[in-house]
Design a protein around this ligand. Structure first.
Ligand code: HEM
Length: 470
């Protein structure tokens, strides 16, 4: 809580407490818990989860330990990470059609893939990719500026499109010939049908029992597989002909990458699984951060003015500013505060391989450990006035005082998000570009309702009026 004083000093205007489900006080029965897991897992958290460092007990998931104590989280995610594997629930919700990409792989396949893919996301590699992000960001601002004045639009759609365009550009140099919109439609269908927790997964039904969501998602997944494999084959041929430009996109980099320990590259199928993984992991997540950032700014005019001033001061050199961070400090702080209040990945879970204990609490073999950024980021013991939008928490010395294991939008330890830096640069660049050019006003009847599908997003979209700023 060392940030309290700095935050209090910085805030001269009252700041909003944006919407969040009110935590209940009573324990939920199995049927209600299942229902809520399917409709909105954010509503399962009770007050004790936001007040106690560790809550342990039996539930539908068997023995579950919900950990919101930074030292205990460090133990599970770093010090004793080898004792914890991604649990089947998370894997079954996330594993896309093409099999195991980096996000869902385990054991040796994960180790080999992570080693092979890591060089694609070094700061230097991200800086090169960042140059490709600017054109889609500017095109989005221009497209939004051309809309009829006063019209209400759902900005989640624009944010989904811009993060998709940026991925298409950085992954394939936008070579989804004629198929970009079909591809992105399939992607949306995939998230609509696949992105819910299926009760059969919670109940540990075996994989051969058909899940309705996954059956509905099948055509979308098939389309992906076909399209992705087609793109990979075409690119392989280009590389063989020596036709690829020097500035590699991620697809070329993946096809050329090899394990630094063994020199072995990825198979075509593995490249495909990782392409789908990057899209799945990097698309909606970043789109939601942008959507919530725009909403929060619309509720806090003084912060919006500061973000506008940074955008004006960095016009013409915004990519460099987004990479260094110095001149877009408030913009970056807004992105981090949006991820604190609405972490795109709202909960992480692991299964204990052997008996363990944290802070004197036993974690029996097979128990599920839940580390929920949504709970952690709003925990009474860790944050001052946790429900309030205060981006100053992430400025200067206040930022340095934030415990590494109290703020986990990108996870931590060996399985930390490989795209974290990519996503931060992207979100800061796009937010600054949009806020520099446009003024966003919230136009919903009531406040938006946050729900957790695969990512944490507004249930009914984000209706806003968008007008050119000047
Ligand atoms: C704001 C945007 C993003 C957020 C909040 C986010 C969050 C996360 C989190 C929490 C994890 C860890 C999951 C766990 O421990 O169970 C993760 C893993 C991962 N993310 Fe991200 N992510 C974002 C953007 C991206 C982007 C842009 C990419 C790729 C281009 C990406 C690729 C991955 C991959 C491949 C993993 C798995 C890493 C591994 O297990 O080795 N993410 N992400």
């Amino acid at each position: 809580m060392a940030d309290t004083i700095a935050v209090a000093d910085a805030v001269r205007t009252p700041r909003p407490v944006p919407p969040a489900p009110e935590p209940g006080t009573r324990e939920l029965g199995y049927a209600e818990l299942l229902l809520r897991l399917r409709s909105n897992p954010l509503t399962i958290w009770r007050r004790i989860h936001f007040e106690r460092p560790i809550v342990s007990g039996k539930s539908l998931l068997g023995h579950a330990v919900v950990i919101s104590d930074p030292a205990a989280i460090r133990h599970v995610m770093v010090e004793n990470a080898a004792n914890y594997r991604k649990d089947d629930l998370q894997r079954s919700v996330l594993a896309p059609g093409l099999g195991d990409g980096l996000l869902t792989a385990e054991g040796d396949v994960w180790k080999r893939t992570r080693r092979t893919v890591a060089p694609l996301f070094t700061p230097r590699a991200v800086a090169a990719l960042a140059r490709r992000m600017e054109a889609p960001a500017v095109a989005t601002a221009e497209r939004m500026a051309r809309r009829r004045a006063g019209r209400v639009v759902d900005v989640t759609q624009d944010m989904t499109r811009v993060t998709y365009d940026i991925l298409a550009e950085t992954l394939f140099s936008d070579t989804i010939a004629g198929g970009a919109s079909a591809f992105s439609k399939a992607l949306t269908a995939y998230f609509e049908t696949q992105g819910r927790i299926d009760p059969l997964d919670v109940l540990r039904a075996p994989a051969f029992v058909p899940r309705i969501g996954r059956i509905l998602a099948r055509p979308a997944i098939d389309f992906f597989e076909g399209e992705v494999i087609r793109i990979i084959k075409a690119r392989r041929e280009e590389i063989a002909r020596g036709d690829t430009p020097d500035e590699a996109d991620l697809l070329t980099a993946l096809l050329k990458a090899s394990d630094p320990e063994t020199g072995v590259g990825l198979t075509e199928r593995e490249v495909g699984a990782n392409i789908v993984t990057f899209i799945g992991a990097g698309h909606e997540t970043t789109a939601n951060v942008l959507t919530w950032s725009l909403y929060l700014l619309s509720q806090a005019p003084d912060v919006r003015a500061a973000v506008e001033a940074e955008a004006d001061a960095t016009a013409g050199r915004r990519v460099d500013a987004a990479l260094s961070g110095d001149d877009l400090a408030m913009t970056r702080a807004v992105v981090e505060e949006a991820m604190r209040l609405y972490p795109p990945v709202a909960s992480l879970s692991r299964a204990a391989i052997e008996d363990d204990a944290v802070a004197g609490v036993p974690i029996p073999k097979g128990a599920t450990v839940v580390i929920a950024p949504y709970v952690l980021h709003r925990h009474r013991l860790l944050w001052d006035d946790p429900g309030r939008f205060l981006p100053e928490r992430f400025l200067g010395s206040a930022r340095e005082a934030v415990d590494r294991f109290a703020f986990l939008p990108f996870g931590a330890g060996p399985r930390v998000c490989i795209g974290a830096q990519f996503a931060m640069v992207e979100a800061v660049l796009v937010l600054s570009t949009l806020v520099g050019a446009l003024r966003f006003t919230y136009a919903g009847d009531g406040p938006p309702t946050p729900v957790q599908r695969i990512t944490l997003r507004p249930r009914d979209g984000m209706p806003m009026r968008v007008a050119p700023r000047g």
